[in-house]
Design a protein around this ligand. Structure first.
Ligand code: GLA
Length: 709
């Protein structure tokens, strides 16, 4: 009998091996005191169930397998020539890392070898798992399924929360109970997807924002995936996170390892907001890789898409850049429409040179103008794709992912290039290197605007997995060659926002929907797993281009303010008062971004259609809150507004900073709030004060600073 444990800041993982097999997960959750092996064993000692196998089988092992005496979903499905389809691993050796374990295991019958790596940083509460497999026999083994992470959640986890939706409405939360059976979230779209995020949260009771236990699982993978939660015979839940493999996609030859992506599971004793704090910390410290090793101040961005679309006019874009700089914008991103023959979505994708009619001297004059205006120059590309109506595809008609004899379906008039084919990958990299070499590009908005259908490689074999790996290799190569470069992961909005792609990129475009009301829900969902500083949020036109809704500039700006803020409109089309107000919002963002982009996330359950999220500095000296009245309140008088996360004993001055204006109906407290501020101890602010009445689809930004510095 053997036990192992890993401890995080407030968490413990406890493993127990009663026999020779893979260890069972005894506990993953709140911190436990130190325990002797016999005590851990006593925690799991149980009578054999009636009408069951005569020996008690641990079902929540770190990798449940088929034919080993448990009846839950196996985490591995592999075989050789219709044989070796059962698996029962023997634990050979456990390697202890500074903050983790590597379990080395082998199956002498099935002749497979495993390495399971578990990690839990001492100052974090996120458990990571990754599995590598190889064949111990000459004949290669076909792997149809291999979970990256297997996490055991206790029976008191009743509510499951998943994130999904559709294009323009991604990261929308759905809650469900799971009395018996399995909940499976499967994605076969070839990118992370808009409708099924590789993320799952479980918790007791109602899964509140600010209280109760919660576990959150995520797979760092930008392709097909399968996340399952299955009730076990003791009521506990086994959650598995896996890349979804296609038949014949993965074979492991002797000694050659296939390694899964990394899965992560965070634990919080402080509700959903606490879970986000643990996951944000994980992304900040373990996933993102910034140029120079440190995040620079996130530059306020102007993205040209909604203000210009395909109608690029060099002179007008230069004038836009000048106007953008006057608004306080720091990065100007030239979106789609600049390439050869790119008059609309039907042509030009794949030809990465500037259209000579729109840009007679190439992009350099515009890029130089942007730089001369004091901004960084960024460029939109969609390197994985081509239009059939492009010089590239005319010259390389077979460079696409396809299966011979099957229809090559287009989406958005484009096809997917086969990145697993060396010649195709090299041509794409050469085109990007040329752009990056010739132009002062500090930022690429890397888009991916369609799904994969019958994605066969040059031999007709499934290439979904290989395509993602080739993409990561391409991004990594470019980052190596251009270390100052930042990259945004965009896939028709939030279709590729996961910890896999975020190892190579620095921002996600959360959604093609820029409507402030819809964005509240989209950003709330995105924030569950992603920190605000990497979520792109832009102030766009009113009426909104996607929904037709009209919103005040104040509402649109407040909703974008807490994230990586940007602007998605033609600044030349703004009237002077709008320009002044937008410039003031940008100035406010710049004043607060040291806090917004590094602090800790807090949130409260919505009350009377009023939601609240906020950011609190680690030392509790400062906080900012976004209060949004999402629909008309039921009650005549607003309920007290509680400000969470502050130090109860400290006194804070709370202001509603400019350009916000005091509403017509107000009290003396509100006059102070919109003026010099109200001063109250943190404990009183946590109990609440009555805010001004707020109309539907409006927001209030509050800034709290400790009195006396
Ligand atoms: C996608 C992106 C948009 C924009 C367009 C350009 O839809 O999500 O932001 O870049 O492509 O075609």
């Amino acid at each position: 009998m053997n036990t192992w444990r890993l401890d995080g800041a407030t968490t413990t993982l406890l493993l127990l091996a009663r026999g020779e097999g893979l260890p069972e997960i005894v506990h993953w959750g709140a911190r436990l005191p130190s325990l002797a092996a016999a005590e851990v064993a006593a925690m799991r000692d149980r009578a054999v169930a009636r009408n069951a196998l005569d020996e008690d089988m641990p079902f929540a092992t770190v990798l449940p397998t088929l034919g080993a005496g448990t009846f839950g979903a196996p985490a591995l499905a592999a075989m050789r020539d219709r044989l070796d389809w059962t698996a029962e691993f023997r634990l050979d050796r456990v390697e202890e890392l500074s903050h983790g374990l590597v379990l080395h295991a082998s199956d002498p019958v099935g002749r497979l070898v495993l390495e399971i790596t578990l990690g839990l940083a001492a100052d974090g509460d996120t458990l990571t798992q990754q599995v590598a497999i190889t064949s111990g026999a000459e004949l290669a083994a076909g792997v149809q399924h291999l979970a990256a992470g297997v996490f055991a959640l206790p029976p008191r986890v009743r509510t499951l929360l998943t994130l999904g939706g559709s294009w323009g409405h991604e990261f929308i939360e759905q809650r469900t109970d799971l009395p018996m059976g399995t909940l499976a979230i499967e994605n076969r779209r070839g990118r992370t997807s808009h409708d099924r995020q590789p993320s799952l949260i479980g918790g007791g009771g109602e899964l509140a924002e600010d209280a109760g236990e919660a576990w959150g699982v995520h797979l760092g993978w930008s392709g097909n995936h399968r996340t399952t939660a299955e009730r076990q015979p003791d009521g506990s839940l086994v959650v598995q996170a896996a890349a979804l493999l296609h038949p014949g996609e993965v074979e492991v030859g002797q000694g050659a390892y296939f390694t899964t992506p990394e899965a992560v599971c965070a634990y919080s004793a402080n509700g959903l907001a606490g879970l986000s704090r643990a996951l944000h910390r994980h992304v900040r410290t373990q996933v993102l890789r910034w140029p120079g090793g440190r995040m620079s101040r996130r530059p306020v961005t102007l993205n040209t898409w909604e203000g210009t679309y395909f109608a690029h006019d060099e002179q007008r874009l230069m004038a836009q850049a000048t106007a953008a700089a006057e608004l306080g914008i720091e990065r100007f991103v030239l979106d789609d429409g600049w390439m050869l023959g790119r008059r609309d979505a039907t042509a030009g994708l794949g030809d990465w040179t500037a259209d000579p009619e729109k840009y007679p001297h190439g992009l350099l004059p515009l890029a130089r103008h942007v730089e001369a205006s004091g901004m960084q120059f960024g460029l939109w590309v969609e390197p994985e794709m081509a239009n059939p109506d492009s010089d590239f595809l005319r010259a390389n008609p077979n460079a696409t992912l396809h299966v011979e004899g099957r229809k090559r379906r287009t989406s958005r008039h484009q096809v997917v290039l086969d990145l697993t084919r060396a010649s195709v990958g090299e041509a794409i990299v050469a085109a990007l290197e040329r752009l990056l070499g010739e132009l002062p590009i500090r930022y690429l908005k890397w888009d991916m605007n369609r799904e994969l259908v019958a994605a066969g490689d040059e031999f007709g074999r499934p290439a979904y997995d290989g395509q993602v790996r080739a993409l990561y290799a391409m991004l990594s190569h470019l980052r190596g060659k251009f270390p100052e470069l930042e990259i945004e992961s965009c896939a028709s909005g939030g279709g590729r926002a996961d910890y896999g792609v975020l190892r190579h990129t620095h921002r996600v475009w959360a959604s093609d929907c820029t409507d402030a009301l819809d964005r509240l829900a989209i950003q709330r969902g995105a924030l569950r797993f992603l920190p605000p500083e990497i979520i792109g949020a832009h102030v766009s036109d009113s009426p909104n281009h996607q929904t037709g809704r009209r919103h005040t500039l104040g509402f649109r700006a407040a909703v974008a303010l807490f994230f990586h803020m940007g602007v998605e409109l033609d600044p030349l089309a703004l009237l002077q008062p709008e320009q002044d107000e937008l410039a003031a919002w940008i100035a406010l963002h710049k004043r607060l971004r040291h806090l917004l982009h590094a602090g800790e996330h807090v949130a409260l359950p919505a009350e009377d259609c009023r939601s609240l999220l906020g950011v609190v500095a680690a030392d509790r000296r400062e906080a900012a809150y976004l209060v949004a009245q999402e629909a008309s309140p039921l009650h005549a008088i607003p309920s007290p507004l509680r400000l969470p996360g502050l130090d109860p004993a400290m006194r804070y001055r709370v202001v509603a900073p400019p350009p916000q204006q005091m509403p017509e109906r107000h009290s003396a407290t509100h006059r102070a709030l919109f003026g010099a501020g109200i001063v109250l101890p943190g404990a009183a602010l946590a109990a609440g004060f009555v805010p001004p009445p707020m109309p539907p689809e409006s927001a209030l930004v509050l800034h709290a600073v400790r009195e006396g510095g």
